[in-house]
Design a protein around this ligand. Structure first.
Ligand SMILES: *Cc1c(COP(=O)(O)O)cnc(C)c1O
Length: 425
């Protein structure tokens, strides 16, 4: 038995499914989860010493690759001075300042510890600000696992074919109106019918949790027009923030949301997330206003140090973005070529350093078109790729990420491996 299998069996006895987040289980692709021993740059090694080129990047945060020396040093320095005080410290303001400089729509920022917390808090703030209870989310968009947001939520739920979660009270789920992503007509109809009862529309500006699905311009046009209903737009940029350029997907697509949710990259691999927006709105939060939100470890020094160092490196080296995007072009077009040679239907989506290969003719523009993918084929693809040493998300409904640690030679190494994998499927 491999060491990874042995560790998995041990974990199964004490941790449900052996994993602390269900998307890590590889059940739907017919494998056991990978127990990782360490990572460096674009690579991870499993507990048996096998090396993989990593396209998961901890599901998005590691835009600079694993164990980046400057981030490791920043975290170490911070931890040596004390890991949490339950009192403010200067670096929190420096991080808020840098976020504000890069994304000026976030006039004020509150730091939290996970994307779930950030999205949940932004929704509460929107409800508090508007005095309305209902929110609208799009089918296949994931905003963390808070009750109100765990409706038609993509990601792990799509992977396991779950419509929602047990344990979410009907009355709460009933306050979440859902609409297909990228469907301007349905959205207009819903807005006409329920617009004045909605506190917020929350959206992944480019969806990354049904696989990567970029927004259509006609869809964005409707999102730009929510003000007349008094609805606040919440842009969930937990994946796309500092991934789709330094100013986020909102700048890329010309949206001006009232509230923005950030996570993943802004924590540099540590638990840190944030939400922010206009000053008047953010000042409704306690202790200034009546919307309560709190956190024992919010803004703790090691997480802030990791996030701050990550954003500093990105801000000082903006060429990281075009560079990873062009490597991603090479990777995705190579992958498309291999799929074509194999003769399997496929549809590629790509945005900067993100991509998904859907095993369907396409086009893929929402969850139902993504769901036409051949999931058995994805499973075979995943297994063949991991045998060759390429680590992908163990689900068709996820996004592959390139990090700045990728080089041309790593991409061609990955394409060589992918070629062998496709031959074996
Ligand atoms: C990952 C993710 C979240 C949740 O973040 P966690 O840190 O896992 O709680 C929210 N929204 C989007 C778009 C995400 O991809």
């Amino acid at each position: 038995m491999s060491e990874s299998s042995r560790l998995y069996r041990e974990a199964l006895k004490l941790i449900p499914g052996g994993v602390n987040s269900p998307v890590r289980a590889c059940r739907t692709v017919g494998r056991e989860p990978l127990f990782v021993s360490h990572g460096r740059g674009a690579y991870i090694w499993d507990a048996d010493g096998k090396k993989y080129i990593d396209f998961v990047s901890s599901w998005g945060p590691l835009i600079l690759g694993h164990a980046h020396p400057e981030i490791v040093a920043a975290v170490t320095r911070a931890a040596e001075k004390g890991s949490s005080f339950g009192a403010p410290h200067e670096a929190e303001t420096r991080l808020a300042e840098l976020i504000n400089r890069l994304m000026p729509g976030l006039e004020m920022v509150r730091l939290v510890s996970s994307g779930t917390e950030a999205a949940m808090s932004a929704v509460r703030l929107a409800r508090g600000a508007t005095g309305r209870d209902k929110i609208l989310k799009f089918t296949g968009c994931y905003h963390g696992h808070a009750d109100s947001l765990l409706v038609a939520a993509g990601s792990g739920l799509a992977t396991f074919s779950l419509p929602g979660s047990l344990g979410v009270p009907k009355c709460l789920a009933g306050l979440t109106v859902t609409c297909p992503y990228n469907d301007p007509e349905s959205l207009k109809t819903l807005l006409a019918r329920t617009g004045d009862s909605l506190a917020a529309v929350i959206v992944e500006v480019a969806a990354g949790n049904m696989g990567l699905v970029p927004p259509k311009p006609e869809f964005l046009d409707v999102l730009k027009d929510l003000k007349r209903y008094g609805i606040l737009l919440i842009a969930d940029e937990v994946i796309t923030g500092f991934r789709v350029g330094l100013k986020g997907a909102q700048h890329y697509y010309g949206l001006s949301p009232e509230l923005t949710v950030l996570g993943k990259i802004i924590g540099g691999g540590l638990p840190l997330a944030a939400f922010g927006g206009r000053k008047e709105l953010m000042e409704l939060l306690a202790p200034l206003g009546g919307v309560y939100q709190a956190g024992t470890l919010s803004g703790n020094p090691p997480a802030v140090a990791a996030g701050l160092k990550t954003l500093e490196i990105l801000a000082e080296n903006p060429d990281i973005y075009p560079k990873t995007a062009s490597l991603n072009d090479i990777w995705t077009s190579g992958l498309g070529e291999l799929a074509k040679v194999k003769g399997c239907p496929h549809y590629l989506t790509k945005l900067e350093s993100m991509s998904t290969i859907f095993f369907t003719e396409g086009p893929v523009f929402d969850l139902s078109s993504a769901s036409k993918s051949d999931l058995n084929f994805y499973g075979a693809y995943f297994r063949a790729m991991s045998d060759e040493g390429i680590w992908l998300a163990p689900s068709q409904f996820e996004t592959a990420f390139l990090s700045a640690a990728f080089t041309e030679s790593i991409v061609s190494e990955a394409l060589d491996k992918a070629k062998k994998a496709f031959q074996k499927i």
